[in-house]
Design a protein around this ligand. Sequence first.
Ligand code: HEC
Length: 200
Amino acid sequence: MKNIFIGSILTLLIIAIVSFIFIYSGFYNLSATIPHMKATESAIHMMKEKSIKANSKNIEVPNLDDKKLILNGYKGYDEMCVTCHAAPGKSATVIADGLYPKPPELNNKEIIEEWNDKEIFWIIKNGIKMTGMPAYGPTHSDEDLWAIVAFLNHLHEMSEKEYKAMGNETKIMQNGHDHKQGKEKKQNVHIHNDGKKHLH
Ligand code: HEC
């Protein structure tokens, strides 16, 4: 019994020392151009799915069918997400090409339908560690982020023409509401200013 105990401790110690040597030597290549091994990729994929589902399960979903909310979501998506996730008629930029893992195209029905509203909200608010997916929670209100979730429920059905048309509708809506929004919410000022730059 005593021997088994000492044997286990020694094995753990050897594993810890070998792991340390492996990390300290710099042998592992962190380059974003070298894909993970299949087994590592499967483990990361499972962890991502299980973690997001478990951490988002108690989130309460507000009413997402409001037209104004969806238009606000369009604006948020067009300004903050297209760079990496593309949109109908808009390709992702070189930033997305160089990322590993690659950001998926969110107008792809199969990809977006993998997640429910709670999970999408959680992803946008918290980001995904060790990927290029940023957390927007530290800089944006929940209301702004729910708007993007509301919009994402419709993105996969949109043609290039419809996407453009929604952009025009958003501009019209924004021109009517500029001052009110700026006064009501400090956090909106940032988006509102970006929007202005974008318009002129
Ligand atoms: C700098 C690039 C970048 C930006 C900007 C970005 N994302 Fe991502 N996003 C990623 C990457 C990379 C992943 C994939 C992570 C992975 O495969 O684990 C991802 C994953 C996601 C996913 C999960 C999809 C899936 O199946 O993996 C959602 C939903 C998402 N992003 C929404 C958004 C939204 C909404 C915005 C804008 C508010 C946004 N992202 C902005 C890089 C980005």
